[in-house]
Design a protein around this ligand. Structure first.
Ligand SMILES: [Zn+2]
Length: 248
């Protein structure tokens, strides 16, 4: 979103819920991480979720907090509780339809703007420190058996996105790219922070069209090229172009 002054905004639209300084509550964490898992395909609509104790351990929160969060998600229709021997908590089979009812365009736009700021900041933070150079590329470098540059995994995702025709896989890879980018540029803690943002975005707005994701993938490729060159300004421009990409 660009305001009249040509700047990203609207600044007046900041929702305090997206600002750093207060982490997500346990209930928000459970909600966003389950949404993220559905987007990443690690659980599908109709699948049984791990037990509350297991989820709590994975997320670092108490089992009782997880139980309350799952209960609230059942009330929203996102999850189904089934009793009996084959019982448990399941992702609603009509997940997409239920999520569509929960969409909130204003909060989605605020989160999207915040995510853009995060990525611009990460690119600036990492510029010049992160190159595509692999240890084995340097004549005097160690001849590592399996040289792995920090951007190699991201390049592989871009290639995978170019090759797939499956819309769900395209969305999964798109999300994975931004999680791995956060990790490559900011470390594991920033990946968790990005996961909060991306998981919430899954619940707040419609998934982007496959043609749009393909257009964004060109920006991913440009971004990696510029990061590999250590060119900060063009890399930041690629992040912004991703935000404004249009299907061709
Ligand atoms: Zn993307």
């Amino acid at each position: 979103m660009v305001n009249a002054a040509g700047k990203f905004g609207p600044y007046t639209g900041w929702d305090t819920r997206v600002l750093a300084g207060r982490g997500p509550t346990g209930a928000e964490l459970v909600r966003s991480r389950i949404a993220l898992r559905v987007r990443l395909g690690s659980v599908s609509p109709g699948d049984r979720l791990p037990d509350a104790g297991v989820l709590g351990e994975e997320l670092g929160i108490s089992e009782i907090t997880v139980r309350r969060a799952l209960e609230a998600m059942c009330q929203d229709g996102l999850l189904d509780r089934r009793r009996g021997r084959a019982g448990g908590t399941f992702v609603a089979s009509d997940w997409d339809a239920v999520v569509a009812v929960l969409h909130d365009a204003e909060e989605a736009a605020a989160l999207d703007a915040f995510h853009l700021l995060l990525e611009c900041g990460l690119v600036a933070h990492a510029a010049g420190e992160l190159t595509g150079e692999r240890p084995g590329d340097r004549p005097d470098g160690p001849s590592d058996e399996s040289p792995q540059g920090p951007l190699d995994g991201l390049r592989a995702l871009v290639e995978e996105m170019d090759l797939t025709d499956d819309p769900a896989q395209l969305l999964e890879l798109e999300t994975r790219f931004h999680l791995d980018l956060a990790q490559a540029l900011g470390g594991a803690g920033i990946r968790e922070f990005a996961a909060d943002l991306l998981g919430r975005q899954c619940l707040l707005g419609p998934a982007p069209d496959p043609a749009l994701v393909r257009a964004r993938n060109r920006c991913h490729a440009d971004l990696l090229d510029e990061l590999a060159r250590g060119a900060m300004d063009p890399a930041v421009r690629a992040v912004k172009a991703h935000r404004h990409a249009e299907p061709r």
